[in-house]
Design a protein around this ligand. Structure first.
Ligand SMILES: [Fe+2]
Length: 164
């Protein structure tokens, strides 16, 4: 999918916004009054996605999020993960453009690109590699296709012994 694409969905249409930053390939899907933002913004009390993966960019993430937050305030927003910030123990997945603009702990209205990029880079420098990064990359890089089966029928992912 690319910026500006439109896919029919029954009587609706899926519109595509290219919203890079977490990865260069990230997109947001707009369907009616709903935005599916993947890993760009999380719930307002958690903030935003890391931008230190290969091809990631805190500057690009800021620009992408500002585009998303320029959608109509009543736009419903569905996030890609909820990591349960301290003080909350029930999962949430739906918020709105208005709520993000007023309450997002990283990027509410008024946070400058400079401040956001500095915050994001400092935070990313302290994050561990995700637990499942090695298996995930090996499947994602093939667009979800699993590796070919071995002669015995099992499929194997590779595990480097001298990395991470
Ligand atoms: Fe992600």
């Amino acid at each position: 999918m690319s910026e500006g694409d439109a896919l029919p969905l029954g009587k609706l249409e899926i519109r595509v916004l290219h919203t890079p930053g977490h990865t260069p390939a990230c997109v947001t899907y707009l369907i009616g009054d709903a935005a599916f933002v993947g890993d760009t913004l999380f719930m307002p009390d958690y903030g935003t996605a890391r931008s230190d993966f290969p091809g990631g960019s805190a500057e690009a993430l800021y620009a992408s999020i500002r585009r998303i937050l320029a959608l109509p305030p009543e736009t419903r927003m569905f996030v890609g993960h909820d990591y349960l910030p301290e003080g909350r123990n029930t999962f949430r997945w739906e918020t709105s453009v208005a709520e993000q603009n007023s309450d997002n702990v990283h990027i509410h209205a008024g946070v400058t690109a400079e401040d956001f990029v500095a915050m994001r880079k400092a935070r990313d420098a302290q994050l561990e590699a995700p637990l499942l990064i090695l298996p995930s990359l090996q499947v994602n890089i093939r667009a979800g296709a699993l590796p070919p089966a071995s002669p015995g029928g099992r499929r194997y992912l590779k595990l480097p012994l001298n990395a991470i």
